[in-house]
Structure formats: C-alpha cells, structure tokens
Design a protein around this ligand. Structure first.
Ligand code: NAI
Ligand code: MG
Length: 331
C-alpha cells in the first residue's frame, strides 16, 4: 500500500466535507501524502468524463481513497454513468460496509453498535433494465461466488466484534435468487471457521426489528438492494445521513465515503455536517492499520458531541468549519 491517500471530493458538499477530513488528517500528523482528483458531474460537464482515466489510475495505484459525493441527474444524462458505481466495479470493491453506532448527538437512539455488510457488485444494481411503453423489467443477478465471498467477509467482521451474524434474505418468495444468496452466504460464513452465531432473518421482518430493537444486532449481511435500504434506515436511528459513514472494500483496494449525496439544497453554504466523512476517515485509518489515530478521531468526535457542539442537521448551530475545528481541538 502506498503512503498516499487519494481524495475525490466530487460535487456539492463533497467539496466541503472532504476538506474538513483533510484538516483532521493533517492535524493527526501521520505522515500521509494526499492527491486530489476530479470525479462526478462537474467533471463530466468540464471534460466529458465523470471518472477520468487519470482519477481511476490514481486510485488503482494508491489503493485507498476518500470520496465525497457526486451528483446524478434524475432520469440520467446521455453518456453519464455514476462514477462511484464504476469505481466499485473497476476495483472490485465487493463489500459495502456501513457501521451504525449510537452517538450522543440528541437525535441518536442509545446502545446501537452494528455493522451492515452489503453485497456491492450484483443483485438488482447490475442495471440491466428493459422497457416498452407499458412494461418494464429489471434483471437481478445473484451468483454463488459473490454471495459466498460476502458471507465470508461478514463472518470475519463478526468475529472481530460481538460474534453474531444475521444473514437477511427473502428466499420465501424469491426462491431462486434469494435462495442462492441465503445458501451461499451461509456457506461462506461457515467456511471462515470462526466461533460466531449465524442466524437468518427475512428482510421485511428484519426491517421491523431494526426499528424496534436495533440494539440486538451486531453484523448484518444483505444482498445489494436490501443492504442499501436497511443501511439508510439504520443511519436514521443514530442521527441521519449527516453522520453515516461507509467503506467500499475489496481484496486490494478500498474507497471510503459518507453515505449521503451531494446535498444541492445546502451546497456552498458551509453548513454541511462533516461527521459522516470524518467517520469514513476513521474507517480508512483503521483499514491502513492506524488504529490509534482512528480511535483518537472517534473519541474526539464523541467528545465534541458530548460538549454540545452540534451541526445544524442535528439541531445545533455549528457550521462545517466550526465543527471541524472543535473536533481538531479535541484530538
Ligand atoms: P443527499 O444525501 O444529497 O441529501 C438528502 C438530504 O439530506 C438533503 O436535505 C441534504 O441537505 C441532507 N444532507 C445530506 N448530507 C448532509 C450533511 N452532511 N449535512 C447536512 N445535511 C445533509 O441525497 P439526495 O438529495 O437524494 O441527492 C442529491 C444528489 O446526490 C443527487 O444528485 C444524487 O444522485 C446524489 N447522491 C450521490 C450519492 C453518492 O455520491 N454516493 C449518494 C446519494 C445521492
Ligand atoms: Mg443509499
């Protein structure tokens, strides 16, 4: 792994929250170099490409990146494809990992500490859709290989935590696709040989339980679409999109990003909550084995909240720079 972290701020508030993370990274003084590369809608408009070859090559070389957000026009635009989906595919970032943890931020429920592991390469997100005027179809691809791999990944994460893995599915209705996911993810989890409890839950019942008893869950592994939906739901249990981090992780490369998008409604005002990106940076630091620095950052964030310094989306008045300075002061 190189000593350089690629920065991909992208569009909208990506241009505000990634610099906040860089200020924290510099304050931690770990000796990393950074390189900033263009990506997203503004880049597409300027260059004709949302993911220039130079950007992809830089992430491929340095193996670790922090991504902000990109804008995608609803309904699409000719020649524009979501660059984060392209990065996930090109670099085989097969696990989308989203920790959900209680924070003392006033909007968070207590005692939640879970990890949602979402299959990141197939399912309904292969985007093989066809339509006539009155009928539309989407292809859903589930393979044994990808399901086994994500089950194994989730089991390893569970072994590092409280040791409880929940595999979610809808195999009672989607017998073939979810049936294969359930079978292969279970086999993958068992193949790790870890001393963990493996249970299964139908996705709609799980959605209910996540709202009623989120504290019961440790690691949840899900096919792509279910994982996308459940992880946004869970971010709402601990303060919302402004705090939810994620990692797109493969065997060789990893791209960390806040779950939120480019937030055009607040972009340019300097009021975006940088917490989701700072927590994504903490995940990145753990990934590059900077465990102590990651812990320092997480503790500084908790202390900032505990001291009552809150961004606007959490009911406070701190703008991006004020909040970031408060975190740096607590490192
Ligand atoms: P969004 O996440 O950008 O915004 C949803 C709401 O949450 C907005 O009211 C926004 O102001 C608020 N919000 C989000 N992050 C915040 C933060 N850090 N601090 C304070 N408030 C925050 O989702 P939306 O509006 O559906 O999409 C906007 C654009 O972002 C679209 O073009 C969409 O395609 C793109 N998008 C990109 C993603 C990515 O790059 N991975 C993910 C989701 C959406
Ligand atoms: Mg989402």
């Amino acid at each position: 792994m190189s000593n350089t972290i690629c920065l991909l701020p992208g569009d909208g508030i990506g241009q505000e929250v990634v610099p906040a993370a860089v200020a924290v990274l510099n304050a931690l003084d770990l000796g990393f170099a950074t390189e900033t590369h263009p990506i997203g809608w503004d880049c597409f408009e300027a260059t004709g490409s949302a993911l220039p070859d130079t950007t992809l090559a830089a992430v491929a070389t340095h193996q670790v990146a922090l991504f902000g957000a990109t804008s995608s026009p609803t309904g699409g635009a000719a020649g524009y494809n979501s660059p984060i989906l392209a990065l996930r595919k090109q670099l085989n970032l097969y696990a989308n990992v989203r920790p959900v943890k209680s924070l003392a931020n006033g909007l968070s429920r207590a005692d939640i500490d879970m990890l949602i592991v979402r299959e990141n390469t197939e399912g309904l997100y292969v985007r093989q859709e066809t339509a006539t005027a009155d009928r539309a179809e989407a292809k859903r691809i589930i393979t044994r290989e990808a399901s086994f791999r994500i089950g194994a990944y989730a089991a390893k994460e569970a072994a590092k935590r409280r040791g409880v893995l929940t595999i979610t599915h809808k195999a009672n209705v989607l017998v073939k696709t979810d049936g294969l996911f359930l079978e292969a993810a279970t086999a993958g989890a068992q193949s790790v040989g870890a001393d963990i409890e493996i249970n299964t839950r139908i996705v709609d019942a799980l959605a209910h339980d996540l709202v009623m008893y989120p504290e019961r869950f440790d690691v949840i592994v899900a096919p792509n679409l279910y994982g996308d939906i459940l992880s946004d739901l869970c971010s709402g249990l601990v303060g919302g999109l402004g705090v939810a981090p994620s990692g797109n992780i493969g065997d060789t490369h990893a791209v960390f990003e806040p779950v939120h998008g480019s937030a055009p409604d607040i972009a340019g005002q300097g009021i975006a909550n940088p917490t989701a990106t700072l927590q994504s940076l903490a995940m990145l630091l753990t990934h590059v084995e900077q465990h102590a620095a990651s812990q320092r950052l997480q503790t500084a964030l908790s202390t900032t909240f505990a001291d009552g310094i809150l961004p606007r989306d959490l009911g406070g008045s701190a703008d991006t720079n004020t909040f970031t300075a408060a975190v740096i002061a607590r490192l």
